[in-house]
Ligand binder design. Structure first.
Ligand SMILES: Cc1cc2nc3c(=O)[nH]c(=O)nc-3n(C[C@H](O)[C@H](O)[C@H](O)COP(=O)(O)OP(=O)(O)OC[C@H]3O[C@@H](n4cnc5c(N)ncnc54)[C@H](O)[C@@H]3O)c2cc1C
Length: 445
């Protein structure tokens, strides 16, 4: 029988998107690396598994566990700032929005960010979180060193010249290689972005795809399924003075249009699917042009209060137009068809074993469904299309693959598995999700 404390611990944990849940038998928190090492060594002796959790912003059950959930959000200090090399070492549990503010105070910034900044650094790099920009890699590409605690409780530092065989794959570790406690990040001098948003037509973007991807440092578009209309976003790096949107405009855009009103529209569509075409036209009409210039971290990330489920696939960048066109055809056959915008981004190639952009310049296609709405038929249909282009699913987003179908898509798969057997020989960091997507801990040869 479970003791009172164990029963109390067994509260349900849920992720942000409400698409994954688990009931850990113990919830532990650590504020330094020694505590992490002690918790892992103790768990390993008791034959329990440990799962580090960040901000719970992954859509899959990658952060779920029935055993020990370990929150390292308390390991969030600035350890070192080298103003000459612009390398900053931070506690891995720090959330990106806090990191960005701390960096700004020191005249520095991260080179690129995703749509939101609520993730922890450790969680973001574990799943190869990315933004957009054909010359910019995902967040893991900025990791120049890291401290992690192995499955036996040993503390290891790795970087390009120390334990390089571990550092190479560990930059996208899926939470399978150790609990990351410290990360050294290559930063840049703080910079501003001129953000230009405007309506665009899907056919025009796809017909001139190469020109589109090089039309700004950071480009993306949101396509309203069932409509030709898109919202095109281009962020240009600039040394121009800041000209931020007014507080009123920001409130209307960020809180009303992108969140409160968006939520109402999505609720109506969920309750009355027949309204979809009308609502889609309403959306299309609401896409207007705007421009502002501000510090990079204020432009890159937005506030997302409307909860949704999401799948996102990485394919060779040149295949994006054909894949999107085929998804358009798929959407015409879905009943009800989705209303939630589809997001398309790009990112640069890298050399990290399980990075979704390893070895190829990448185009990203992300599909969403409002919370509480069925997504499986839609996401499966999209996955079947992008599979024809060797798609790699985002490690933190929904998909229907397993190790058998993913192994062949990652040329450096075995490099990761060799690191895994060394760092976690008995599977302390395994969970059912990892068992499915990368398999159990086994020697590659
Ligand atoms: C609204 C929203 C917007 C998003 N936008 C983007 C986007 O623009 N681009 C993009 O690429 N992704 C995006 N994502 C996905 C998100 O960035 C990733 O899923 C990311 O992993 C979430 O980080 P987290 O801190 O919440 O980690 P969690 O989801 O809590 O955990 C993710 C993984 O990290 C591991 N982990 C956490 N801490 C540690 C640690 N200390 N050591 C080792 N492993 C650890 C966990 O075990 C798990 O395997 C978005 C998600 C949401 C909900």
């Amino acid at each position: 029988m479970l003791s009172k404390r164990r029963r109390a611990d067994r509260k349900t944990w849920r992720n942000w998107g409400r698409t994954a849940a688990s009931r850990p038998s113990e919830r532990r928190q650590a504020t330094d690396v020694e505590q992490v090492a002690a918790i892992i060594a103790d768990a390993s002796r008791r034959g329990l598994r440990v799962k580090a959790v960040g901000s719970g912003h992954s859509f899959t059950d990658i952060a779920c566990t029935d055993d020990i959930q370990l929150d390292v959000g308390g390991i969030d200090r600035f350890e070192a700032v080298d103003q000459r090399s612009k390398v900053v070492t931070v506690g891995a549990g720090i959330e990106i929005h806090r990191l960005s503010l701390e960096l700004a105070e020191r005249g520095l910034a991260l080179p690129n960010l995703g749509d939101i900044d609520r993730q922890t650094v450790a969680g973001a790099i574990a799943t190869a979180t990315h933004g957009t920009g054909q010359a910019y890699g995902n967040l893991s590409t900025g990791v120049v060193g890291m401290e992690l605690v192995t499955g036996t409780g040993e503390v290891i530092w790795c970087d390009p010249s120390t334990e390089a065989d571990l550092w190479r794959p560990a930059r996208v570790g899926l939470g399978a290689l150790g609990v990351v406690t410290k990360v050294a990040l290559q930063c840049l001098d703080a910079f501003r972005l001129r953000a230009v948003e405007e309506p665009g037509e899907l056919d025009d973007i796809l017909a001139a795809w190469a020109e589109f991807t090089s039309s700004a440092d950071h480009v993306e578009f949101f396509w309203l399924p069932g409509q030709d209309r898109c919202l095109v976003k281009r962020n240009h790096r600039t040394s121009d003075p800041a000209r931020p949107a007014s507080a009123v405009r920001r409130f209307v855009d960020d809180e009303i249009l992108e969140n409160a009103l968006f939520d109402v529209v999505m609720r109506i569509n969920r309750r009355f699917p027949v309204t979809r075409a009308t609502l889609a036209r309403l959306f299309a009409g609401a896409v207007t042009a705007s421009e502002e210039t501000d510090d990079s971290h204020r432009i890159f990330s937005t506030v997302r209060r409307v909860r949704f489920s999401e799948a996102e696939f990485a394919i060779p960048v040149e295949d994006v137009p054909e894949a999107v066109d085929r998804i358009r055809t798929l959407i015409e056959t879905l009943d009800p068809a989705p209303l939630f915008p589809i997001e398309v981004r790009v990112s640069a190639t890298d050399d990290i074993a399980l990075s979704t952009a390893e070895g190829r310049d990448t185009g990203w296609i992300a599909v969403h469904q409002y919370r509480g709405m069925p997504y499986e038929e839609y996401f499966r249909g999209v996955q079947a299309i992008v599979d024809d282009y060797g798609a790699r699913p985002h490690w933190g987003k929904l998909h229907f693959h397993d190790a058998g179908s993913l192994r062949g898509r990652y040329p450096k798969w075995n490099e990761f598995m060799d690191a895994r057997i060394r760092l976690d020989p008995t599977g302390t960091f395994a969970n059912p999700h990892l068992d499915r997507v990368i398999g159990p801990v086994v020697r590659s040869s």
